[in-house]
Write a protein that binds this ligand. Structure first.
Ligand code: PEP
Ligand code: MG
Length: 575
């Protein structure tokens, strides 16, 4: 029977394919006392053998589809499963405690994980804890006769159905076969949504019920334009949505014609349209889509895509590649923004009641210079190969910015003293994401070379509404006059101090917000590459005088909806 799901439109386009459930099975079990230890050890070995065979198969396919680097982790997992020390301990527990294999496996691997995670001065061993957790899951699934999803093995077109998606999930996906995403969790600015836009894959997030309503193999339509999912569609649904997808593709072809044109308003004012990226490989799409800069390189995605902490050299290569591939156009790299909804398996952070208000972003970098300094060194070294700028995330106070900048100055000086080639000047700026920082922007502008407004977080902190929680997603109110006043304050203050102001939150590519932001004089608009040409096309139709008048009215309105209506009315009167 046909069923309809509604959620949040996260990435444009329409996709129709079979469902692939990226959902972990329930791996809970009962602890049992056993009498036949040999039989239990036999079960253990059968599960170990099955897990190794499965990993070997995944590794072969991953090598072919994703490359040797992505496949390496599976070899590491096989090595763990062959470790005589660990297997000996599990067998010993079955013999001595007379417990079932599941219990023995859990107790022994838990103790390894605790020991590894406790080695706080040895990141290599901390990283191994995540590997042990992963392989334990796989062996457990075989003991319990359940199947783990193995996305690396996908070899036909699918729609990925998941509770939520993490960057490491997506790293294992073969883009050739993944046609769409639909998830239970997430809002428009959750990282699963942002990733789907970077990958240019149609997506609907925050449906709450996708994983319960959809079964493996069901035909699913994902309408990322209107935030709708259809399970087991009728033939006429398929026809209608195929047409909707085709119309969107045609519209995109029109926008594509603007690829090599500048971003100018109707009255000749120039703006910069830039892209948000997660890895240097995304630069190809930025150039294809006519990007004039990278306004936000989310460097933490390098960390999240990797099974271990990327060292200075690895990071240097990544930043250098991005800078070189942009051919002199600016690349603003944001230093590591971990925490909140972004985790690193190999760098466990303390459990917190409010991770978005906790230990994250620049707060971690300032507290853990062993992470921060190598990143800054990598960036400063890469500056010799292109036009790199650096920005710090989540700055809330002048002191935080000054401390971060002082560490940067120190590392730069050290590299110069060592004779390393670095750019003569690197812009060092900050994200405007914390309302307290907005209110003290005039002071911050004395130290920062530029501001980039991170509306995804600025909105969540201004309205006190978790950006990933679909129950409070109605408070994602980018046009609310309260937020517009904060944004205007950042732009005006930057200009008064002779600095530039950009925006790299999702709002910068929002077609209702663009006229308002132009009217406020925002200098740089940084967004998913897939939204850039549509935005350039819109800019050409608008003039900065009438958009400035529109801003006056918007600032004096009462609600988000009232402002959205003002913009729609303004747009309807354009020729
Ligand atoms: C933002 O907060 O607007 C932003 C661009 O950063 P992120 O989405 O990565 O938190
Ligand atoms: Mg942010």
């Amino acid at each position: 029977m046909t069923q309809k799901l509604s959620g949040i439109a996260a990435s444009n386009g329409v996709a129709i394919a079979a469902a692939y459930m990226l959902v972990d099975p329930d791996l809970t079990f009962e602890k049992r006392n056993i009498t036949d230890a040999d039989a239990e050890k036999k079960r253990l070995h059968e599960a170990l053998d099955a897990a190794i065979a499965e990993l070997q198969q995944i590794k072969t396919v991953a090598e072919k589809n994703l490359g040797a680097d992505e496949a390496e982790v599976f070899e590491a997992h096989i090595t763990i499963l062959e470790d005589p020390e660990m297997i000996g301990q599990i067998e010993g527990k079955i013999d001595s405690d007379k417990v079932n294999a599941e219990e023995a496996l859990k107790e022994v691997t838990d103790s390894f994980i605790t020991i590894f995670e406790g080695m706080t001065d040895n990141t290599y061993m901390q990283e191994r804890a995540a590997d042990v957790r992963d392989v334990t899951k796989r062996v457990m699934s075989h003991l319990l006769g359940k199947n783990l999803p193995n996305p690396a093995l996908i070899d036909s077109e699918v729609i990925i159905v998941a509770h939520d998606l993490t960057p490491s999930d997506t790293a294992q996906l073969n883009r050739k076969y993944v046609k769409g995403f639909i998830t239970d969790l997430g809002g428009r600015t959750s990282h699963s949504a942002i990733m789907s836009r970077t990958l240019e894959i149609p997506a609907v997030v925050g449906t709450e019920t996708a994983t319960t309503m959809i079964k493996q193999g069901d035909q699913v339509i994902v309408d990322g334009l209107d935030g709708v999912g259809i399970v087991s569609p009728t033939a006429s649904d398929v026809d209608a949505y195929t047409k909707k997808g085709d119309d969107f593709t045609k519209q995109k072809a029109e926008w594509d014609k603007l690829k090599d044109e500048p971003s100018v308003s109707k009255d000749g004012k120039t703006f910069t349209i830039a892209a948000n990226i997660g890895t240097p490989d995304d630069v190809a799409a930025v150039n294809d889509d006519g990007g004039e800069a990278v306004g936000l390189f989310r460097s933490e995605f390098l960390y999240m895509d990797s099974s271990e902490l990327p060292d200075e050299e690895t990071q240097f290569q990544a930043y250098k590649k991005a800078a070189e591939d942009m051919h002199g156009k600016q690349v603003v790299v944001r230093t590591m923004d971990i925490g909140g909804d972004k985790h690193l398996d190999y760098l466990p952070l303390p459990e917190e009641m409010n991770p978005f208000l906790g230990y994250r972003a620049i707060r971690i970098s300032l507290a853990q210079p062993d992470l921060f300094r190598p990143q800054l060194r990598a960036l400063i070294r890469a500056s010799a190969f292109g036009n790199i700028a650096i920005m710090f995330p989540m700055i809330g106070t002048v002191d935080e910015f000054k401390r971060a900048r002082a560490i940067y100055d120190e590392e730069r000086q050290k590299l110069i003293n060592d004779g390393v080639k670095v750019a003569d000047h690197i812009d060092v700026g900050m994200m405007m994401e914390v309302p307290a920082a907005v209110l003290i922007a005039d002071k911050l502008a004395k130290y920062a070379d530029f501001f980039s407004i991170g509306t995804n977080d600025l909105i969540q902190y201004s309205f006190a509404a978790d950006r990933g929680n679909e129950r409070v997603s109605y408070l994602y109110q980018p046009y609310n006059p309260s937020l517009l006043r904060l944004i205007k304050r950042v732009i005006d203050t930057a200009h008064a101090e002779g600095k530039w102001a950009g925006m790299c939150g999702e709002m910068a590519g929002d077609q209702v917000a663009v006229p308002l932001l132009m009217g406020m004089g925002l200098d740089e608009f940084s967004m998913s590459a897939s939204s850039m040409l549509q935005t350039r096309s819109l800019m050409k139709r608008l003039d900065t005088d009438s958009t400035a008048q529109l801003v006056e009215k918007a600032l004096d309105a009462e609600t988000n909806e009232e402002v959205a209506d003002l913009v729609k009315d303004y747009m309807s009167r354009l020729n």
